[in-house]
Design a protein around this ligand. Structure first.
Ligand code: B12
Length: 454
């Protein structure tokens, strides 16, 4: 018992005193290494029977950057990526294409010749249409700043000289706060663009570009300012933006600021919150985003002199077998209406739907239902129970963050018109901070599904 208390004490003190590689370029200490391994184990649990993940290149990139030795059966996954590229690369958004380019580079393959494709040339052609001159100048790239940032990073890492027009578009797209985003600046988008700018800054450029480079450095300083002032506290935790945007923000700041000053923006506190973030049943995307920040290694490490390690062998008895499809079977969900219902604490949740776009506030919603569910049900289970009662209709698509709502009450959000179903707290009007399979409603919660445009 005393030993456990002592060990817990040492672990606690080590954690308090720890310096994080993302804040001072140190190596991970034993406690952090242990946490990194727990995150790697979670990704291995989430591996699909075909050796890939929902977003295979994102996980490959994350594991190669943070724990390549632990990435067993990497060759089986590369074979899966080869097949995925043949099946879907051409129709993917630029962000996904960029992730494939960087994942191939991270596994020491050749992105100029992978699965019969020149991934780099294909991506280079795709970014050309991101800024279209319509009736008035479009301020955001059509696939959004997050994906555009990823695309520029990937091209830059493959030593493609980024055309002047793209650098100009980025500088023009920055808003007065120093950030980037579709309607208003957000940390997620700003971090990806900042990493792209950091990569371009280090490209050896012809002298004629010097004036543009001066503007680019100013844009970097402004974006750094935006991220550093986006710091938030949540109980004992420190974030840049929120829990989910912090890993990329830490890496972007690592690549663009003087780390001897990192204590001034509480880098270690944010890194500690990020590193301790693993939670039960966590989806693949948040784990994959966290790992490189824990190791303190951004994609810029892939620039030159990147080498690959031989990974450990496959642990005995390991089989990738994650099956994400939850059984939302009506007989189980409706059981709480049966004879045992008396013993189970239940809550009442209201689900409302607003199907018309625009800001007509006279009708806050077109349709509403009340559902009684067991306490602890997720929003997805709540919606599924309402569906079993024939009260509510919806459809979801599996993504690396979990279930993404694509249609409600038989109305599908048209992705090509930038429509999506937003999830709101109807009482406050605030966006829910997580998706339907992570959000657990409380008694009398009122959730609004609102057709929106981003
Ligand atoms: C762009 C974006 C969106 C776009 C996606 C459409 C598009 N084609 O661009 C829109 C505006 C639709 C969107 C919606 C939402 N989003 Co969003 N989104 C992002 C962002 C900035 C980038 C994702 C991306 O393009 N990745 C690159 C591509 C190549 O990877 P991908 O795996 O193909 O990306 C897909 C998924 O990420 C998916 N997606 C995007 N958001 C969400 C949210 C959830 C819960 C799910 C399941 C899937 C999902 O759409 C992407 C494009 O197809 C991330 C930030 C981040 N750090 O990841 C936040 C982020 C993923 N979103 C978030 C949230 C909370 C939401 C909403 C739930 C907000 C709300 N309350 O309505 C909704 C989803 C509602 C629903 N219908 O289920 C959180 C998720 C947190 C969590 N752990 O659950 C993030 C991490 C932002 C943050 N920092 O908090 N989002």
């Amino acid at each position: 018992m005393l030993r456990i208390v002592l060990l817990a004490g040492i672990y606690f003190v080590a954690n308090i005193l720890a310096e994080y590689p993302v804040c001072d370029n140190s190596e991970a200490d034993i406690a952090l290494e242990e946490l990194i391994h727990e995150n790697v184990d979670r990704l291995m649990e989430l591996r699909r029977p075909g050796w890939g993940w929902v977003n295979t290149p994102e996980v490959v990139l994350s594991l190669q950057l943070s724990a390549a030795k632990k990435f067993f059966a990497v060759n089986e996954t590369i074979a899966t990526m080869d097949q995925e590229v043949q099946d879907e690369f051409d129709s993917s958004c630029i962000g996904k294409k960029a992730l494939y380019v960087m994942a191939v580079k991270a596994t020491c393959g050749n992105p100029r010749n992978f699965a019969g494709f020149d991934l780099v040339e294909n991506l280079r052609n795709s970014i050309g249409t991101q800024f279209r001159y319509l009736r008035r100048r479009q301020e955001s790239p059509s696939h959004g700043w997050y994906n555009y940032g990823l695309a520029i990073q990937a091209l830059c890492l493959c030593n493609i000289e980024i055309p002047r027009s793209h650098i100009v578009n980025i500088i023009r797209g920055q808003d007065a706060s120093g950030g980037f985003g579709n309607r208003k600046s957000v940390v997620d988008d700003t971090s990806q663009v900042l990493l792209a700018l950091a990569c371009i800054k280090d490209q050896s450029l012809p002298t004629r570009r010097r004036p543009l480079m001066t503007k680019l450095k100013t844009a970097i300083d402004k974006a750094v300012g935006f991220l550093q002032t986006s710091r938030n506290n949540e109980l004992d935790d420190f974030w840049i933006g929120n829990k989910f945007s912090s890993p990329a923000a830490l890496l972007a700041l690592k690549e663009t600021t003087d780390l001897s000053q990192s204590s001034s923006w509480f880098c270690n506190d944010i890194a500690r919150s990020v590193s301790n973030g693993l939670w039960e049943d966590e989806p693949e995307a948040t784990v994959a985003h966290r790992l490189p920040a824990m190791r303190g290694r951004s994609v810029l490490a892939l620039k030159d002199g990147w080498t690959c390690l031989d990974p450990d062998s496959i642990p005995e008895g390991y089989q990738p077998q994650y099956n994400p499809e939850k059984t939302l079977d009506c007989s189980t969900l409706l059981e709480s209406n049966g004879i045992f219902s008396f013993f189970l604490p239940s809550i009442e949740v209201q689900l409302s739907v607003k199907k018309t776009l625009g800001s007509n506030n006279s009708t806050p919603y077109d349709y509403t239902v009340l559902v009684e569910v067991e306490k602890g049900f997720t929003l997805l289970e709540t919606m599924a129970k309402a569906r079993c009662n024939n009260q509510f209709e919806f459809a979801v698509q599996s993504s690396s963050f979990g279930s993404f709502v694509t249609s409600v009450d038989s109305l599908e959000a048209v992705a090509s018109q930038r429509q999506f179903w937003s999830l709101l707290d109807a009482q406050t009007g605030d966006f829910l901070s997580v998706g339907i399979d992570q959000y657990k409603p409380s008694h009398r919660d009122h959730i609004l599904f609102k057709l929106s445009v981003y």
